[in-house]
Structure formats: structure tokens, C-alpha cells
Design a protein. Structure first.
Length: 75
């Protein structure tokens, strides 16, 4: 019984693993903040990219290609 009580006392007072737990908690907090930022800003960035892409496509399709004339029409 004395050995068990000594072992429990040593385990309770051992603080070597405490820094590992602190690092894990810090890592979990960083990941949670990154996920929240991604969810918040990701949709905004996605919408801006879609808008820019659509604007670019419409400008490219309307300028530069005139399909009303073909090379054979000029003869």
C-alpha cells in the first residue's frame, strides 16, 4: 500500500508532461481560429473571384472577336 501511495504522490507532483499539454491546447486554439477565419473569409474571397472571373470572361468575349464578318466576306 505504501508503494502505491508513493507512486500516486509522484505522479500527482510530476509536471514534466505539462508543457506538452499546453502546446496541444495552443495548437487546438490556433487550428480553431484558422478554421473560423477560413469559413469567414473564404466565402468572401470566393465570391470576389467569381465576380472578377465573370467580368473578365464577358470582356474577353465581347472585345476582340467579331463573328459578324468572316474572312470570305471581305472579297
Amino acid at each position: 500500500m505504501n508503494k502505491l501511495s508513493t507512486l500516486l504522490h509522484r505522479l500527482r507532483n510530476d509536471e514534466r508532461g505539462l508543457s506538452t499539454v499546453e502546446y496541444v491546447v495552443l495548437l487546438v486554439l490556433i487550428v480553431a481560429m484558422a478554421v473560423a477565419a477560413w469559413n469567414s473569409f473564404g466565402s468572401n474571397v470566393n465570391e470576389k473571384l467569381k465576380t472578377a472571373s465573370g467580368s473578365f470572361k464577358s470582356k474577353v468575349s465581347t472585345s476582340g472577336t467579331d463573328t459578324s464578318k468572316t474572312p470570305t466576306d471581305e472579297d
